[in-house]
Design a protein around this ligand. Structure first.
Ligand code: ABT
Ligand code: MG
Length: 148
């Protein structure tokens, strides 16, 4: 089953949006298989955003992402990687469609409240970067199959 890594960034936690954000993925029908509140170390943040190492916003991005607790999560479901990116919306919240998390709740590209893996391969790398195997629970909701 496909999995993705999602993280509510320090701004989303500070603004009290944790419940609102998690609720959207639950309501969609995806399954939460791992979750923890964590202040990322500089090393973890630099690894997580390693692809942006040479970009001018890298230093500020790492400072921001390590500035307070985040809610790191693993979600499971068919097509969850691409679907979660759609639910999250475009990187710059000013371009995110209304109805998406960023489109409804954010205004600033450097404070866009949630991270979602951008591809299945990246998702697998990010899950193993942020979580140990034993921190994840594979479980199936007890619903009749036609509900989801
Ligand atoms: P993430 O989910 O945080 O990875 O965002 P997303 O994949 O939508 O966008 P990318 B391009 O990966 O942005 C990473 C973080 O860098 C910030 N950023 C990005 C800027 O501050 N300025 C920029 O010009 C760009 C392109 C936005 C993302 N996170 N934050 N916070
Ligand atoms: Mg990204």
């Amino acid at each position: 089953m496909e999995r993705t890594f999602l993280a509510i960034k320090p701004d989303g936690v500070q603004r009290g949006l944790v419940g609102e954000i998690i609720g959207r993925f639950e309501a969609k029908g995806f399954t939460l298989v791992g979750m923890k509140l964590i202040v990322a170390s500089r090393e973890l943040a630099e690894q997580h955003y390693g692809v942006h190492k040479e970009r001018p916003f890298f230093e500020g991005l790492v400072n921001f992402i390590t500035s307070g607790p985040m809610v790191a999560m693993v979600w499971e479901g068919d097509g969850v990687v691409a679907s979660a990116r759609k639910i999250i919306g475009a990187t710059n919240p000013l371009n995110s469609e209304p109805g998406t998390i960023r489109g409804d709740l954010a205004v600033n590209v450097g404070r866009n409240i949630i991270h979602g893996s951008d591809a299945v391969e990246t998702a697998n790398q990010e899950i193993s970067l942020w979580f140990k195997d034993e921190e994840l629970s594979a479980w199936k909701p007890c619903l009749t199959p036609w509900i989801v």
